[in-house]
Design a protein around this ligand. Structure first.
Ligand code: ZN
Ligand code: FE
Ligand code: FE
Ligand code: ZN
Length: 269
């Protein structure tokens, strides 16, 4: 197999309650693919609800961090970063900085899986789409994404247009919504994630879509690359397609992080 000279910065662990496999298997898969570096970014405990099928508990955080450290020792030829995927909700955001500051993260990803209390990307909550005003939903989602960027809590915004996951899209032009959001993100300097996870979801498309990503490129927004792997076989999945998309738009590098300091890795041609 041709080496993928890329990084995968969005990998989960079984601790979240909805992923499978040992961390060693994720790392071994990355080595097999020839990835240059990986980052675990498991779900940070939700602060607004308790659901052990959505995230680990706060008491597990030290173990998660210790296990990433152990993995580094086990895989000396694969740089392994310590990341975390944190839900942004306006009602809990104020509690995050002090909670997160207790851990030695390389990077912190912000995600939106809830819009005004509704876990819109959870297949168990699909009934919320019945009779839903999709234009209002998308407007609110991208407004919250801008809020997340401006919160100053995050280094990267994960899967920026996750709201399209089930392929329910407003029957309207959303370019204005995208532009307003991307302008706000650009002003903060926060990076966005290009995620191949959307390719295995009903929408069948990389997050974010090409028009959104093009706006990001024009505004100078940096990108990270991730698979959102919840099983070892998903590490680096369909990265060739992500690379093509990035190249087509004009991106020549992806952001990588060490102790929350950003640098860049050149994309292979
Ligand atoms: Zn997950
Ligand atoms: Fe997510
Ligand atoms: Fe994730
Ligand atoms: Zn995710």
């Amino acid at each position: 197999m041709k080496a993928l000279n890329l990084v995968d910065y969005h990998i989960h662990t079984a601790r979240c309650g909805h992923a499978e496999g040992e961390m060693e298997e994720y790392a071994a898969r990355a080595l097999d693919l020839g990835l240059k570096e990986i980052g675990f970014s498991d779900h940070f405990p939700l602060l607004h609800m308790e659901d052990e099928t959505l995230s680990m508990g706060l008491e597990e955080m030290p173990l998660y961090i210790w296990e990433v450290g152990e993995l580094r020792a086990e895989f000396p030829h694969l740089p392994v970063r310590l990341g975390i995927e944190v839900d942004y909700l306006p009602e809990t955001a104020a509690r995050l900085p002090s909670l997160l500051s207790a851990y030695p993260f390389d990077y912190i990803m912000g995600s939106l899986h809830f819009v005004d209390g509704w876990g819109f990307d959870d297949p168990r909550n699909l009934d919320g789409y019945v009779g839903c005003d999709l234009l209002a939903l998308w407007t609110r989602y991208f407004e919250l994404l801008g809020d997340a960027a401006e919160s100053g809590i995050f280094d990267v915004l994960a899967h920026p247009d996750l709201i399209k996951k089930f392929a329910f899209r407003p029957d309207a032009d959303v370019s204005r919504i995208y532009r307003d959001c991307v302008d706000r993100v650009a002003a903060t300097g926060v990076a966005i994630e290009v995620s191949t996870a959307g390719l295995r979801k009903p929408v069948g498309e990389i997050y974010p879509g090409e028009s959104f990503l093009r706006l990001c490129f024009e505004r100078g927004i940096a990108v990270t690359l991730g698979s959102d792997a919840h099983r070892p076989g998903e590490v680096g999945e369909r990265f060739a397609e992500a690379l093509l998309l990035l190249r087509r738009i004009g991106y020549g590098e992806v952001a990588v992080f060490d102790a929350r300091r950003r640098s860049y890795l050149e994309l292979p041609v």
